[in-house]
Design a protein around this ligand. Structure first.
Ligand code: PMP
Length: 360
C-alpha cells in the first residue's frame, strides 16, 4: 500500500483550509487576512522555558474572564479560536453519526475541521440578506450537535439578528450547541452574546486575540461557555496548548493598559474603514460596497478575478470570495493603514468599470 493509501479516506478527500498565508503572494500591502496592519511590541518576562507551561494559565484566564464579564470557570484558552472550533467537534460529535451545521457564506474552518474528524457537515445557506434561514435550519437540525454562527460574519461583515439567535437557541435547546463565533466582536462590542450565557447553557462564544488585539501571530483564542461545556473541552485539549511566551504576552495584552490600547486601535480602524468605504463607493469598478461591523469590507467588483490578479501583481493582496455561495464577484479588503488603503484605492481606480451598456 502506498503511504497515500494508508491515510484515512476522509483525510485523502480533504481540501485543507486555504489560509491567506498558504495562498502566498509577493505583496507589500497585505489586506487579505483581517490582521491589524502594524506590530505591537511586547517583552518576554517569563524565562523559565525549562519547565512545562500551565495548561490553562491562571492570569490569562482571570484577565480574559474579567474583560468578557464572565467567571473564570467559563473560559478556556487555546491555540487561536481555530482550536476552539476543533475542540467542540472533538468533544461533542461522534464521527459517522452526529453532524455539524453552518450557514454559508461564512468562515471556512467549520467545514475543514468537521471533515478532518469525519463528522458530517450540513450547510443551510443564508437568506439573500445574509441572515439565517431559520426554517431551513429547523428542517436540517435532526442529528446536529454543533451549529456555528459567525457574528459579525466573515466575510460579509454584518451582524446576525439577535432575535434570530434567540429563535435558533430555542430550537437547539437540549439538542445541539449554538456557537457564536465572535472573532471580530471588538469592532462592535455592544453586540456580544456573552450576556446570554446564563439563560442558555448550550450557548458557546468564540473569541480571539488575532484581530483587534493585533496578535494573529501569537495564536491565542478563547471559548466562553457554561462551566459544564468548558469541563468537557478540557478533557480533549492538549496537555500544554499554549507555550510559556504565548501566555506571557497574552496576559500583557489583557492588562488594563493592553485593553485600552486595543480600544484605541479599534477607534482608529473604524475611522480608516469609513475612509475606505467612502473611497470604494467612488471607484468605477466597484459595483457594491457592503456595510461592515468589522475590520474588513466586502465589495462586489466588475471583472473581480482580473482586478484581484492585477492588484496581486502590484503587491496588493486582497481576498477573493468569488467561490463562496452568493458572493460571485466579491473581494474582501482588510482595513489596513491609511496609506495601504490609499494604495488599494489608487490601484482599483485604474481598473475599468462597467460600460454604460453593460450597466443597465
Ligand atoms: N473565526 C473567524 C470568523 C475568523 O475569521 C478567524 C480568523 N481567520 C478565526 C475564527 C480564527 O481565529 P484565530 O486566529 O484565533 O485562530
Amino acid at each position: 500500500m502506498s503511504i497515500e493509501e494508508l491515510a484515512r479516506a476522509n483525510v485523502r478527500a480533504l481540501t485543507p483550509y486555504q489560509s491567506a498565508r498558504r495562498l502566498g503572494g509577493n505583496g507589500d500591502v497585505w489586506l487579505n487576512a483581517n490582521e491589524y496592519p502594524t506590530a505591537v511590541e511586547f517583552e518576554l518576562t517569563q524565562q523559565t522555558l525549562n519547565r512545562y507551561p500551565e495548561c490553562q494559565p491562571k492570569l490569562v484566564i482571570e484577565r480574559y474572564a474579567e474583560y468578557a464579564g464572565v467567571k473564570p470557570e467559563q473560559v478556556l484558552v487555546s491555540r487561536g479560536a481555530d482550536e476552539g472550533i476543533e475542540l467542540l467537534i472533538r468533544a461533542f460529535c461522534e464521527p459517522g453519526k452526529d453532524a455539524v451545521l453552518y450557514c454559508p457564506p461564512t468562515y471556512g474552518m467549520y467545514s475543514v475541521s468537521s471533515e478532518a474528524f469525519n463528522v458530517e457537515c450540513r450547510t443551510v445557506p443564508t437568506l439573500e440578506n445574509w441572515q439565517l434561514d431559520l426554517s431551513g435550519i429547523a428542517e436540517q437540525i435532526e442529528g446536529v450537535k454543533v451549529i456555528y454562527v459567525c457574528s459579525p460574519n466573515n466575510p460579509t461583515g454584518q451582524l446576525i439578528n439577535p432575535q434570530d439567535f434567540r429563535v435558533l437557541l430555542e430550537m437547539a435547546r437540549g439538542k445541539a450547541l449554538v456557537v457564536a463565533d465572535e472573532a471580530y466582536i471588538e469592532f462592535c462590542p455592544q453586540a456580544t452574546l456573552t450576556g446570554w450565557l446564563e439563560e442558555y447553557p448550550h450557548l458557546v462564544v468564540l473569541r480571539t486575540l488575532s484581530k483587534a488585539f493585533a496578535l494573529a501571530g501569537l495564536r491565542c483564542g478563547f471559548t466562553i461557555a457554561a462551566e459544564e461545556v468548558i469541563n468537557l473541552l478540557m478533557k480533549v485539549i492538549a496537555p500544554y496548548p499554549l507555550s510559556t511566551p504565548v501566555a506571557d504576552i497574552a496576559a500583557q495584552a489583557l492588562s488594563p493598559q493592553g485593553i485600552n490600547a486595543m480600544r484605541e486601535r479599534v477607534a482608529e480602524v473604524l475611522l480608516i474603514r469609513q475612509y475606505l468605504i467612502a473611497g470604494l463607493r467612488e471607484t468605477a469598478c466597484v459595483e457594491q460596497v457592503f456595510d461592515s461591523e468589522t475590520n474588513y469590507v466586502l465589495a462586489r467588483i466588475t471583472a473581480s478575478s482580473a482586478v484581484f490578479k492585477s492588484l496581486w501583481d502590484r503587491g496588493i493582496i486582497l481576498r477573493d470570495q468569488n467561490k463562496q455561495p452568493s458572493l460571485s464577484g466579491c473581494l474582501r479588503i482588510t482595513v489596513g493603514t491609511r496609506t495601504e488603503c490609499e494604495r488599494a484605492l489608487t490601484a482599483l481606480r485604474q481598473q475599468p468599470g462597467l460600460t454604460a451598456t453593460e450597466a443597465v
